[in-house]
Design a protein around this ligand. Structure first.
Ligand code: HEM
Length: 482
């Protein structure tokens, strides 16, 4: 019995500190939540179920000072927007975004070990989409229009209640996968079922793994559906690859060779097995549907802005067609999405970084190796010194900035970091911006929409580092009579 009691501190110390032996080096940074076993599970539960509230608590208590909270893999230090420069200027071997992402999303267990070990698809996304997004634009738009028709499935003049999150998940997944795996796979119900809400599954599973110390993660990972997902995706992908490989082997060449990510991976022999290729393609399936759903919802919740947006889209597409120039001229629409991301977006925490060595911030605050650093979006995007009425949704606040290039959705600056900022901004931001603007412009031209009944705009859910849309919310849509 006595031996058992004496063991408790050792077990606690092991659980809490083995990967993060330097946690005593963080005593100078104040804490929100509990730091002692088992109460720290309460803090972890709060982080997983409402990280925004935990951060708000620290922010209210400690104002502009850094503060920390416990996480079973390492301490998380939360910084305000004043430290943006520190994060931007740090080198990758000091503060790593990739290692932070892998720790937060438990990539090794939720996406597969080779994805975590060699995330080369991050730079692939940047270069492939930068080169091809407009070469593939007509295909992507065609897929999006067909998917809208099929998913909304509206008769003439009929109002219908739709679940916007699930509907947009399918539409975004089809349009995105027209560029990733091409036809016919981008329409395959199984492929869509695996990838449509993949990122939500990964986030739920990563959140569930938060409750296990690092050394139990290999065991706890059996609770995830990772291997089931990979097996299912491999099965769907195999016949497509066999078919393509037959065509690749033809001496006379291949006239209708697909232009998509899958073909690049096959041509360059970038993966050894179909299963590894399936994992990589799933790793590229980052969705833009969270922000899109928020923006779609805002269109229904703020009907006074719909007419000016429609007029803008109608006038510009009439003059310039559906082109790169047209999209860049849609400044009100651009600003509408940007404002949506300012107040909501993908996460309460921006620019997550893992300290790979001991570092010292510009004000002298020391951060030991192994710590996770994050910046609160709140302190940047709701900064009253920059934004007038920072808590109010003013959708055209970015539309009249003179320099159009600086105002564009995919461009970041010190005051707007919706896609990150500095050395590692989101590599999918150009693609996501083009897709979101095209989809909302299409919705504006072809549909009427309103909130269902008297429902107020439902709030999004802040789960761990992610903002998720309420999956139960509904909107009313009907075809516009043109
Ligand atoms: C509305 C949609 C999206 C938003 C708001 C968004 C936002 C972000 C943010 C804030 C980061 C972190 C940047 C940083 O740490 O400084 C990020 C990273 C990343 N995003 Fe996106 N993203 C979106 C869509 C996409 C899409 C469509 C793709 C892929 C096609 C993508 C791929 C990635 C990758 C691979 C990273 C990690 C980059 C790295 O650490 O080097 N994202 N994204």
């Amino acid at each position: 019995m006595l031996k058992g009691i004496l063991c408790i501190p050792i077990i606690c110390r092991t659980i809490k500190g083995t990967e993060d032996p330097n946690n005593t080096k963080l005593h100078h940074i104040p804490t929100v939540g509990f730091t002692w076993f088992p109460a720290w599970y309460w803090t972890i539960l709060k982080y997983v179920t409402n990280a925004s509230e935990l951060i708000e608590e620290g922010y209210t208590k400690y104002k502009d000072r850094p503060f920390k909270f416990i996480n079973l893999c390492s301490w998380v230090v939360v910084l305000n927007g004043g430290y943006l420069k520190d994060i931007r200027q740090a080198t990758d071997d000091e503060l790593s975004p990739t290692k932070a992402i892998h720790q937060i999303f438990k990539t090794q267990y939720t996406e597969g070990p080779n994805i975590a070990q060699n995330p080369y698809h991050f730079s692939f996304i940047r270069s492939y989409f930068a080169r091809n997004v407009f070469a593939l634009y007509n295909d992507i738009r065609e897929e999006m229009m067909l998917a809208f028709n099929e998913v909304f499935d509206l008769g003439n003049n009929e109002w219908k209640s739709i679940p916007p999150l699930q509907s947009l998940q399918t539409i975004v997944c089809r349009a995105t996968n027209r560029a990733i795996v091409g036809l016919p796979l981008c329409r395959d119900p199984d492929w869509i079922a695996i990838n449509g809400d993949l990122s939500d599954h990964i986030r739920w599973e990563a959140a569930m793994l938060e409750f296990f110390p690092w050394f139990l993660l290999p065991l706890a990972s059996y609770l995830t559906n990772t291997s089931g997902r990979i097996k299912r995706a491999t099965k769907v992908l195999l016949p497509v690859i066999n078919e393509r490989q037959k065509c690749m082997g033809k001496d006379e060449g291949w006239l209708e060779k697909p232009n998509d990510c899958l073909q690049v991976f096959l041509d360059e022999k970038m993966e050894l097995t179909v299963s590894e290729l399936a994992q990589r393609l799933m790793g590229i399936n980052f969705p833009a549907n969270g922000v899109l759903t928020q923006a779609f919802y805002n269109l229904a919740a703020y009907p006074q802005y719909v007419q000016p947006l429609r007029e803008e889209v109608e006038a510009i597409t009439k003059e310039l067609g559906w082109t790169k120039e047209a999209l860049s001229e849609m400044r009100k629409l651009d600003s509408f999405i940007k404002e949506t991301m300012r107040l909501e977006g993908v996460s309460p925490l921006a620019m997550m970084r893992k300290a790979l060595k001991d570092v010292s911030l510009s004000d002298g605050t020391s951060i030991p190796k192994g710590t996770l650093l994050v910046i609160t979006y709140h302190t940047i995007h709701r900064n009253g010194a920059v934004y007038e009425n920072p808590e109010t949704f003013e959708p055209f606040r970015f539309a009249f900035i003179e320099d159009n290039a600086k105002q564009q959705l995919s461009a970041s600056n010190n005051d707007w970091v919706g896609f990150g900022y500095g050395k590692h901004p989101c590599p999918g931001r150009f693609f996501a911006s083009v897709l979101m603007k095209t989809m909302l412009a299409h919705v504006l031209l072809h549909y009427d929409f309103r909130l269902q009944g008297d429902s107020a705009r439902s709030k999004s859910i802040s789960m761990a580092t992610t903002i998720m849309m309420d999956p139960t919310m509904k909107l009313m849509v009907r075809k516009r009579s043109l």
